[in-house]
Design a protein around this ligand. Structure first.
Ligand SMILES: [Zn+2]
Length: 299
């Protein structure tokens, strides 16, 4: 028993060393927390930020499930740290609330529906959008930044690479170009913009770390949070869409880089080993439906 625990602990340390070493070249300022001494955030709330129906699962699982319908969840997360509130992603636009026609980022492929507004869900625990000091976004696809307009005074935290990408010239994939144009529209010009470069410790105590996981988009990121009772949890963003994709290393055709996507999934696996972390996959509806929903929370 003791030997097993020792082996597990040293594998965790090894995983952490591998990630740190990998970060040295690409990102000399990697700020991953110390698994033993990391601080904690008080609460993590899940918000229902929409659900969607796509008519061809193979876009996300190339070569498999051609022409098959798939339903995805859309999730936002709210973090309480001391007196600060941090929102992770803003979901499907509130303008589409209860609209039977739904809303779309790529009309031929996917339609989103919203049954609960972000504003109403914040109100369930006595908050207004103006109470949210910081909004961090995993990436700039419309279903993740649909409600930026609710947070004009919040500091918007995103990777510099993502910001530069959506303001760069169009590439060869028309779907991707459409998503970039929509991203510029939905993001607008935030008054308070914090552009970061690589892994970033948000509160300076190791409790909440934005982790660079490019590939789905060039500046995509995930979030590593440390809680007192739940331990470490990774919020995926779109580093992976489905549990099965994670197991089989499958990369959606809409991703901007297959190689980076696979490297980022590897990085998440190492993080899970190093921090004994649980992975919450944003769009995996069967996993998401089983998780606690605001006003319930993880602590
Ligand atoms: Zn996406």
């Amino acid at each position: 028993m003791i030997r097993q625990a020792t082996v597990a602990a040293s594998f965790g340390m090894l995983a952490l060393m591998i990630i740190m070493q990998g970060a040295r070249g690409a990102d000399a300022r990697s700020k991953l927390p110390d698994p033993i001494n990391a601080g904690v955030a008080e609460r993590l709330y899940r918000l229902d930020c929409g659900h969607s129906l796509a008519n061809d699962e193979s876009v996300w699982t190339p070569g498999e499930n051609v022409g098959r319908d798939i339903e995805f969840s859309s999730t936002c997360w709210l973090i309480k740290h001391g007196n600060d509130w941090l929102l992770w992603d803003t979901g499907v636009p509130e303008s589409s609330l209860n609209d039977p026609r739904g809303w779309s980022t790529l009309p031929k492929l996917i339609v989103y529906h919203l049954d609960k507004s972000l504003t109403d869900q914040l109100a369930e625990i006595g908050l207004k959008p103006g109470d949210i000091g910081r909004v961090a976004i995993s990436h700039t696809h419309g279903d993740h930044i649909g409600n930026m307009g609710l947070f004009p005074n919040s500091t918007i935290v995103m990777q510099q690479a993502e910001y530069s990408w959506i303001h760069s010239p169009n590439g060869p994939n028309d779907n991707v170009n459409q998503l970039m144009a929509l991203a510029r529209k939905l993001l607008g010009t935030p008054k308070n913009l914090q552009l970061i470069d690589g892994d970033t410790d948000l509160f300076g105590d190791g409790s909440v770390t934005l982790v660079s996981t490019p590939g789905h988009t060039p500046g995509h990121q995930s979030l590593l949070i440390h809680l007192r009772n739940s331990g470490f949890i990774i919020l995926s963003g779109d580093v992976v869409h489905l549990e099965e994709n994670f197991e089989k290393n499958i990369v959606p055709s809409l991703n901007t880089s297959k190689a980076e996507s696979i490297a980022s999934m590897d990085k998440v696996r190492l993080l899970m080993a190093a921090y004994k972390a649980t992975l919450f996959i944003n769009h995996d509806k069967s996993q998401t439906d089983a998780l606690r929903l605001i006003p319930a929370f993880y602590d």
